[in-house]
Design a protein around this ligand. Structure first.
Ligand code: SF4
Length: 355
């Protein structure tokens, strides 16, 4: 059978696999055995799934294949960060970034090729939306990188903060999260996964009902609509108040908080007035604030504030009893930091991006 007529088994929801096996007259527990082979033993050939009958293995092989996205290139930063460039089946490319730290190894994964939200401080946003990743391509980034890494460096945490707006690719992202956190599939604790959104309020409302209690991060980046409209055009559709009101009823588990990401742009959103407004806006929402000094790229005129301004911003919020962290820039020398991902396809078809 031609491969083009087969389906990648990676990313297929458990319920769908069970339904297919049921049509074949096969008991549902066989689906769980298949998931176990794929996600825990990382087996890619059906004839290695030795607890399945020969007949079932043959049948699976006639309908499915198992394939991870291909790592086309790895770029190493002097701070230990590794950027992975993936070739997708349709010829597009996306990037993931692995960031080692003392206590955790975090993988930042992509959900779209490019992004339609056009935030002005983000290189991905300059691409426009080129396409959505499938569930297989989303979880495949994690599986492919982990397969490359030595045991000691295995990924402990996943952040959906790479290329794309995760909630703009809603169904594949939810299916990826379900497989990642399922005890019958990838078995990753939902506490170790963070979904970041620029604030698609209609999709956050929908996500509230998915029963996927992963961490939620909001890319806020401004305290006034006039500024946020400028730097994040999505704010014209969902202004700050509307976004925060939606978050006030977000079904957080006890002790969990919503993370607010705040990219600090010199002279734009870094004033003492901004710090004051931010403290007021987040009042009543269980919050954690990550301050991210802007990571430059060639096409951008923005700059990071001076260190003293960043520290003063943090100090004010700390004085209002918020947990506030200044996020270290990781992988800036390889364009691997927040807002710098654009994949080689962009560099080849547009102006040169200097690192
Ligand atoms: S910051 Fe996120 S949502 Fe905004 S353009 Fe970049 S990838 Fe898209």
């Amino acid at each position: 059978m031609e491969k083009s007529q087969l389906i990648n088994l990676i990313g297929i929801p458990e319920a769908r696999l069970k339904a297919t096996l049921a049509e074949w007259g096969i008991a549902p527990y066989r689906a769980l055995q298949v998931l176990n082979w794929i996600y825990n033993y990382q087996v890619e050939r059906f004839d290695e799934m030795t607890n399945l009958s020969k007949d079932l293995r043959g049948r699976l092989a006639r309908h499915y294949y198992v394939e991870l996205p291909k790592i086309a290139e790895q770029t190493f930063s002097k701070d230990g960060t590794i950027k992975y460039l993936f070739d997708l089946a349709n010829g597009s490319q996306v990037e993931s970034v692995w960031m080692p730290d003392k206590k955790r190894n975090t993988l930042c994964i992509s959900t779209q090729v490019g992004c339609r939200l056009a935030c002005s401080f983000c290189l991905t946003g300059t691409l426009g939306l080129k396409g959505n990743l499938s569930t297989a391509e989303i979880i495949g980034q994690y599986m492919a990188v982990n397969r490359e890494l030595p045991k000691v460096d295995q990924i402990t945490n996943i952040v959906f903060m790479g290329m794309g707006e995760p909630l703009d690719n809603y169904q594949p992202v939810c299916e990826a999260l379900r497989l990642m956190t399922s005890p019958r599939a990838m078995r990753i604790s939902n506490r170790r996964i963070t979904l970041s959104t620029a604030g698609l309020v209609d999709k956050i409302e929908q996500f509230k009902n998915e029963n996927l209690p992963v961490n939620l991060a909001i890319s806020l980046n401004a305290t006034e609509d006039s500024t946020r409209n400028e730097i994040m055009p999505i704010n014209k559709k969902y202004p700050i108040r509307v976004l925060l009101d939606c978050l006030r009823s977000y079904p957080l588990k006890p002790t969990r908080r919503i993370t607010f990401e705040y990219v600090l742009l010199k002279g734009i959103n870094d004033t003492p007035g901004d710090a004051k407004r931010l403290a007021k806006l987040l009042h009543g929402i269980p919050s954690k604030i990550n301050l991210i000094p802007f990571n430059g790229f060639a096409e951008s005129d923005y700059q990071a504030p001076a260190e003293a301004a960043i520290l003063a911003f943090q100090k004010y919020l700390l004085s209002k009893n918020y947990s506030v962290f200044i996020r270290k820039n990781r992988g800036t020398d390889i364009l691997g930091a927040c807002g710098q991902l654009a994949a080689r396809s962009f560099k080849e078809t547009s102006v040169t991006v200097s690192s």
